[in-house]
Design a protein around this ligand. Structure first.
Ligand code: ADP
Length: 596
């Protein structure tokens, strides 16, 4: 049933509002989930970053602290003091070997002694001509100046001789109050970086100018975090700290500050061909060195995690909505089904009532038809009866009139003949009325076991004079045990009717033979009355058993014989049918249940 248009548009509008509300709720929930998951992930990142920074700070402090005492010890060494006091080849040789041994034992990169002017007199790497510091001048190096000015110095730079970066610790060598030289140890910090790289982390250490000098990624090294001032560039040129005066900028872009002093930044990713990448940058200053360690955490996983949470939330909400919608639809379906059932039941009731009415009308019509049929039959019968009765009546009247005349004349013989004729006519009328009485009779009088052969014999006996006169041959093969359910008198009547019809049909034929048989079938006994007469015309096949159907001349037949017989056999629970023999003539077949 289609909804009227206004209801449909109302329902569409309601649906649209529902969908919009669902979308809004989902969007809001997704946004919330995204923010919450992002905050959680960032908090975890920050915590991890803080821990890593602490760890790296102590590893740097350890790496440097291990060698803190070395320049001090070298500065106290007698042979070193002697060499600086009065340099000689023998003394240099001795100090060279001492430094070499000490350097190897301590595991530092190099250990060397510089005189007041900054000239290296002896070094642990004296034996390697390509690397040897001996004979080099280091007066421009800040660690030398710091030691001269304040007794000790520390400094990170790339070695002017070796080209290798290192951390330099220096201590003044004094004879009494007088400064006679400087002892220096160079520490290799590269192994630290190797650990960071191996750990897959992004770490960088900047000096006081913001220049990266240690980093987990080599590409970031010797780049400035931010553009440098001219004065700084000039100082770098002078100290040759990083062997270049103008370190290229790292390309760091500051993003919004984050929690716990962290900051969101973007940097060209060395692993992604310089594509910019967002990081969370955390810092830890190392004030004793003037350095700052920076730890970068990739923000991609945070975004992915947050997006994942948002998607999960959306899916959850949509699933819930789908479940609710399904439930609603199911309820709706059940309701519709219930309505449909109620409607159907009501229609069935209506139809049943209609059918009952139609049936009643039909029955009434049928009754009327039957009534009309009865009247028609009555009309037909009346006409036939009138004819059948009028003829003998008219004949009787004529005979009575002539008999009266004959009696007045005293011709007794003629009178007797006439009276016999009148008796015959009356007899014929009695037979007629007997037929009518039979036709009106209803149902079998009684049901008994009837021997077929005996009933047939009696019928034959009744018709014997005629059969003899017309020279009809009779062949009978009815077993003596053939017994059927019925009424003996009425079955005889059926046989008489059929035998008489057969005789009528054979009246004009050359061969006149009756074949009477009975055989047992599953349904009982099948009795056949076969003649060699005219047979049944095809056109009459279906009318044969109708009351008042006859092909005989007026006065010869009423057309009731077969109709009556049919009714009697049916009353006994049997059937009567007619067929034509293949070699001519008709055969009437009676099927009757066997008597127990
Ligand atoms: P009636 O004998 O008074 O005509 P029936 O009802 O006995 O009435 O028979 C109806 C008609 O059936 C007959 O007029 C005849 O045409 C046909 N009929 C009956 N028996 C035979 C038969 N053995 N052979 C041919 N026609 C038959």
């Amino acid at each position: 049933m289609a909804d009227p248009a206004p209801f449909r548009s109302l329902r569409h509008r309601r649906l649209a509002i529902l969908v919009a509300a669902l979308a809004a709720v989902t969007a809001l929930a997704c946004w919330g989930a995204y923010r919450w998951a992002e905050a959680e992930a960032r908090a975890a990142l920050t915590l991890n970053g803080d821990q890593r920074l602490g760890l790296y700070a102590s590893s740097i402090r350890n790496a440097v602290g291990r060698y803190d005492y070395l320049p001090f010890l070298v500065a106290r060494d007698h042979e070193v003091l002697d060499l600086l006091d009065a340099p000689s080849e023998t003394r240099r040789d001795a100090v060279n070997r001492r430094l070499e041994t000490a350097n190897a034992a301590a595991g530092s990169a190099a250990l060397y002694v510089v005189d007041r002017s900054g000239l290296a007199l002896a070094a642990s790497n004296w034996a390697d001509p390509a690397q040897s510091f001996v004979g080099q001048t280091y007066d421009f190096r800040p660690y030398f100046r710091q030691a001269v000015e304040s007794g000790s110095g520390r400094y990170f730079g790339i070695g002017v001789t070796t080209g290798l970066p290192g951390y330099f610790l220096s201590h003044a060598v004094q004879r009494g109050e007088a400064l006679i030289g400087v002892a220096v140890v160079k520490i290799d910090l590269e192994p630290l970086q190797r650990d960071w790289t191996a750990g897959g982390e992004r770490v960088l250490v900047t000096d006081e100018n913001g220049i990266v000098f240690l980093s987990s990624h080599a590409d970031w090294k010797y780049h400035a975090l931010r553009p440098l001032a001219d004065a700084v560039k000039a100082r770098l040129a002078q100290t040759r700290q990083y062997d270049r005066s103008d370190p290229a900028p790292l390309g760091l872009r500051d993003g919004p500050p984050a929690e716990n002093g962290a900051r969101q930044v973007s940097l060209p990713d060395p692993l992604a061909h310089g594509a910019r990448h967002a990081y969370l940058m955390q810092e830890l200053p190392l004030p004793e060195f003037g350095w700052t360690i920076r730890f970068l955490s990739d923000l991609e996983p945070v975004k992915a995690q947050a997006a994942g949470a948002a998607v999960l939330t959306a899916m959850g909400i949509l699933l819930l909505a789908a479940a609710l919608a399904l439930g609603w639809q199911r309820r709706q379906t059940l309701r519709l089904q219930h309505e449909a059932r109620v409607t159907l039941e009501r229609r069935v009731e209506e139809r049943t009532a209609e059918l009952l009415t139609a049936n009643r009308v039909l029955r009434e019509a049928q009754e009327e038809l039957v009534q009309a049929g009865k009247l028609a039959a009555l009309g037909q019968m009346s006409a036939a009866l009138a004819h059948e009765i009028n003829q003998p009546l008219a004949a009787i009247r004529t005979f009575v009139a002539s008999t009266r005349l004959l009696a007045e004349r005293g011709e007794t013989t003629m009178v007797r003949d006439n009276l016999a004729m009148i008796g015959d006519l009356a007899e014929r009328m009695a037979v007629l009325s007997g037929h009518l009485k039979d036709f009106a009779r209803k149902g079998p009088a009684r049901v008994e076991a009837v021997p077929v052969a005996r009933a047939m014999d009696r019928a034959l006996a009744l018709l014997a004079p005629r059969l003899r006169e017309e020279e009809v041959q009779v062949e009978q093969s009815i077993p003596p045990d053939a017994r059927v359910r019925g009424d003996a008198v009425r079955l005889e009547q059926v046989f008489v009717n059929l035998l008489r019809n057969a005789a009528d049909a054979m009246a004009e034929c050359d061969e006149r033979r009756l074949t009477l048989s009975a055989v047992r079938t599953v349904e009982g006994w099948e009795i056949r009355i076969r003649d060699t007469g005219t047979g049944i015309a095809e056109a009459h096949q279906f009318q044969l058993f109708d009351p008042f159907f006859t092909t005989k001349e007026v006065g010869q037949g009423l057309g009731l014989g077969l109709s009556l017989s049919y009714g009697i056999v049916r009353d006994f629970g049997g059937t009567l049918r007619a067929e034509n023999n293949p070699d001519g003539g008709a055969c009437f077949v009676i099927q009757l249940p066997e008597a127990q």
